[in-house]
Each structure stands twice: as structure tokens, then as C-alpha cells.
Write a protein that binds this ligand. Structure first.
Ligand code: MN
Length: 241
């Protein structure tokens, strides 16, 4: 069991103009570094194909990308909602449902936390700056190298994110203008930025179904602490949650 390397399905980014699906190497490299074997999924809305891939894999990683169609959480698309990818929306929502029903661990990163939340009935801020009244909003679209942490998070003691950092405070990078608004039933907030913006959610049970708003895939090569979430995810994939 100790030497078993779990196979993890990774959702692809998609350039609809060029017709190219691809992914930043930090996701798959991080899974390998943490002891897993990543498989980059094809971009498809064929449910049967997704069923087969999820069944053969031990876990699912949902990657960063564009905004969701706001109608998926019961809102119109406001002028400040960004680019949307209908194919990724459909593919990822179905993949998350299938993996969840199959008892597979799920890690969502950036767009990934947002798709997880919407899949289970939560909502999003279409634009945190336009929709928050707070005057002390911090900069969540950083102008700094991608590996560099620019804001702090305050972490719920006892959560999985807390276990990953070994602390109630950490610093993360930030490349998002959307965020979780109403948390989906069955999930809890495990960290927030100092301005209250939700930075991670986790399933209420012990199951590893975790979403984070920051980008550990850009950080772990510079600082190993950011690989810990990948390690916990890969380890839970070994055990089937
Ligand atoms: Mn942020």
C-alpha cells in the first residue's frame, strides 16, 4: 500500500480560439512530486467517457481557469463576469458529481473551488470588487511573480488546510476576481483573507473534498510548504478518501 501511486484525473484548460487543451505544468508536476500519477483529461462533455475516466482514477483535481456561467448558480451574467467556458462548466460539474458519488477525493484550485461550490449548490461573487461594500478589500489579482504570496489567510483550526500549513496563519498568492459567496450545503469555510473573502472550503465530513482559491501549483517549487496540500490529497487518494 505504501508504494502504491494513486492515479489522479486532472481537468484541462481550454483555448477555444486555437482548439487546444493544455495545463500549467505545476499541477501535474506537483501530483508526481507528492507521489501520485496525474492523467490529463481530454476536454469532453461525453458523460460516458467521463464516467470511465473517473472510475479508473483514484481522485480528481479541478484546475484554474475562466469564470463560470452565472446562470449555473441562479444569477444573470453581469457585465463584470469574465470569459466563460460552457464546455468546462459542463465537463467539470459532471466530473465532480461523479467523483463525489464514487467516493473519490477531490482537490479544486482557483476556478476549482468555485466549480465545487456551484456543483453542490453554492454561489459566487461574479466580481468581488464590484459586489463588496468593504473599503478594506485587499488586492486579490496580484501584480507580483506567480510564486510569490501577497496576502495572508486566517485558517480554521482542525481543518485540512490547517493540517497542511500546521498553522492558523499562512500567506498565499492571489489571481482571482471571483470568490465563493454562499457556501454550498455540506461544506464549511476553512480559511479567509483578512477582508473576509473565502479562500478555502472543505466538505463537512472527513472526506477529502477541498477547494482553495490560491494557486499552490505555482508556489511549491519555491517553498515546499505549499506541496503539503498535494501530499494530503495524494495520500487520501491512496485510501479512497
Ligand atoms: Mn485571494
Amino acid at each position: 500500500m505504501g508504494r502504491y501511486r494513486p492515479v489522479i484525473a486532472v481537468t484541462p484548460a481550454y483555448d477555444s480560439e486555437k482548439g487546444i487543451s493544455c495545463i500549467n505544468t505545476g499541477y501535474c508536476d506537483g501530483i508526481m512530486e507528492a507521489g501520485g500519477v496525474p492523467i490529463l483529461m481530454p476536454l469532453t462533455v461525453d458523460h460516458h467517457v467521463i464516467d470511465i475516466i473517473i472510475k479508473k482514477c483514484d481522485g480528481l483535481m479541478v484546475t484554474g481557469g475562466p469564470d463560470l456561467d452565472a446562470r449555473l448558480y441562479g444569477e444573470q451574467n453581469y457585465q463584470f463576469n469574465g470569459e466563460i467556458s460552457p464546455l468546462r462548466d459542463e465537463m467539470e460539474i459532471y466530473a465532480i458529481r461523479t467523483a463525489f458519488e464514487g467516493g473519490k477525493p477531490i482537490l479544486g484550485i482557483c476556478r476549482g473551488i468555485q466549480v465545487i461550490n456551484v456543483t453542490f449548490g453554492g454561489t459566487l461573487y461574479q466580481d468581488i470588487y464590484a459586489q463588496s461594500n468593504r473599503k478594506d478589500m485587499i488586492k486579490h489579482s496580484q501584480s507580483a511573480p506567480r510564486w510569490y504570496p501577497t496576502h495572508e489567510i486566517i485558517i480554521e483550526k482542525g481543518s485540512k488546510v490547517w493540517s497542511a500549513f500546521g498553522s492558523e496563519k499562512a500567506a498565499v498568492n492571489s489571481f482571482h476576481h471571483q470568490a465563493v459567496k454562499d457556501v454550498a450545503p455540506g461544506f464549511k469555510v476553512s480559511s479567509r483573507a483578512p477582508d473576509g473573502i473565502i479562500e478555502s472550503i472543505e466538505h463537512e465530513t472527513d472526506r477529502f473534498v477541498v477547494g482553495v482559491q490560491w494557486h499552490p501549483e505555482h508556489m511549491w517549487k519555491n517553498d515546499g510548504i505549499y506541496l503539503e496540500l498535494f501530499r494530503m490529497f495524494v495520500d487520501s487518494c491512496k485510501q479512497g478518501c
